[in-house]
Every structure is written in C-alpha cells, then in structure tokens.
Design a protein around this ligand. Structure first.
Ligand code: SAH
Length: 219
C-alpha cells in the first residue's frame, strides 16, 4: 500500500467505527465489506477527500452516492449470507453494489443513465468485481430471467413498491426500498413468506427519484 492508500484505509476504518458501528450496525459482514471497499474510487475525483465523510456526494447526472450509514443500514436490513444472489436497482457510482459484492456470491445491478452505466462498469472491471453483473435499462421491471432473488435493494425513491420486483423476490427473500414522495420516503423492508409479504418501515430517508415504467415519470 502506498502512502495515499494507507491514509484512505485509515479514513475508512474511522468511518466504519464512528459512523456505522457507533450507530448500532453490528452485522460483521457489513462492517468488513465497508472496511474493504475503496469508497474514494467511487466518487468524482474532485471529491475524493470527502469520500469518507458522513454525507452523500454528487456523482454527476444529478445523482448521488448515498451516505455511508444509509448503505450500511440498507445492507444490514437485507440479512445477507455468502451464497445469496442480489438484485440492485440504481447502480449509480457502484459503491452499494461493491459492498454487496464483497458479501454475496453474485450481484445483478441495473442503471438507467448511460454515462453512469458505462463509467461504473469500467470501474468494476478495474477493481476486479467480476461477480457484479450490470445492465443498462429501466430497473422498475426487474430482471426476470435471473429471478428469483434472495434479496432486492432499490437505491432510488419510488412512489409505490413495483409489482414486478415483489414477483421476482424468492420465498424467504428480503427487499429494501424507499417509498414516498419526491422529498422524503419511508425506508421499507419487505420479507416474502410462503403465504404473503410482511412489510415494515425502518425510518425516514431521502433518495433521488426512481424513474421508469413503475416508478416516477420522466421529468
Ligand atoms: N446505489 C447507488 C446510488 C445511486 S443514486 C450508489 O451506491 O452510488 C440512484 C441511481 O438510480 C441513479 O444513478 C439513477 O440514475 C438510478 N435510477 C433511477 N431510476 C432508475 C431505474 N428505473 N432503473 C435503474 N436505475 C435507476
């Protein structure tokens, strides 16, 4: 490790300790993944020094990389184990997908903005995240051919829970999705049982809009 990398590693350990563990995240797989993924490589270059701060950052195309704590909270809520296959809607910077990729066997992630899709795919290859499969399309209809999934994570705010995503969740599967209006949402956790879906709110959050056939209309 060179000096810059050592410094980022130290900032990352401090981030996990002060922002994640101190706020009650205890899933060891989540903590380990967040100590590993080089978050500074997922932000735009001019913001690298802010990569480990306690807030979201712009990534271009009016989109954002989520605050570290929200990534931890959503990932923990998915109750992941190493053999799981996970679907993510909203690749963005790729940071959330990389955190998932450190934990599970395969991640399927969909992005609707072409420039982000291209940039992030290249980054996954550079960082050798070969267990992350990417797709450029509207993710609100899911990824039927690869379903059912053990877990589904939506990283953009939706007016409702898209029906197609519920259908593509396996029995025993978990989903997290921000549901609400454009200003604030409830972070919903859904578990699929043999006989139906169990839903609970984990609290309020604020995400950019999920835009698509079963999300918000295009502006
Ligand atoms: N998980 C990302 C968060 C990015 S912000 C990260 O870790 O950086 C949300 C992303 O969702 C944006 O990149 C946006 O373009 C994308 N998005 C919005 N609606 C979408 C849709 N219907 N299908 C796929 N991606 C979508």
């Amino acid at each position: 490790m060179n000096i810059a990398e050592k410094r980022y590693k130290r900032l990352r350990d401090e981030m996990v300790q002060a922002q994640i563990e101190a706020r009650g995240i205890s899933d060891l797989l989540v903590l380990k993944a967040m100590r590993t993924v080089p978050r500074h490589l997922f932000v735009i270059e001019a913001m690298m020094d802010q990569a480990y701060m306690d807030y979201p950052l712009p990534i271009g195309e009016q989109q954002t990389i989520s605050q570290p704590f929200i990534v931890a909270e959503m990932t923990q809520a998915l109750h992941l184990s190493s053999h799981d296959r996970v679907l993510e809607i909203g690749t963005g910077s790729g940071y959330q997908a990389a955190v998932l990729g450190e934990i599970v066997s395969k991640v399927y992630t969909i992005e609707r903005k072409h420039s982000l899709f291209v940039r992030t795919r290249r980054l996954f290859d550079q960082l050798k995240y070969y267990n992350i499969v990417t797709r450029y399309t509207d993710g609100t209809t899911g990824w039927k051919e690869e379903s059912p999934f053990d877990a589904i994570i939506v990283t953009a705010g939706s007016p409702t829970i898209p029906e197609a995503l519920l259908e593509q969740l396996g029995v025993g599967g978990r989903m997290v999705i921000p549901v609400g209006d454009q200003h604030s949402q409830d972070l919903m956790r859904i578990v699929r049982h043999e006989d139906g879906f169990e839903k609970e709110s984990l609290g309020r959050c604020r995400f950019v809009k999920l835009i698509g056939e079963h999300g918000w209309g295009d502006e």
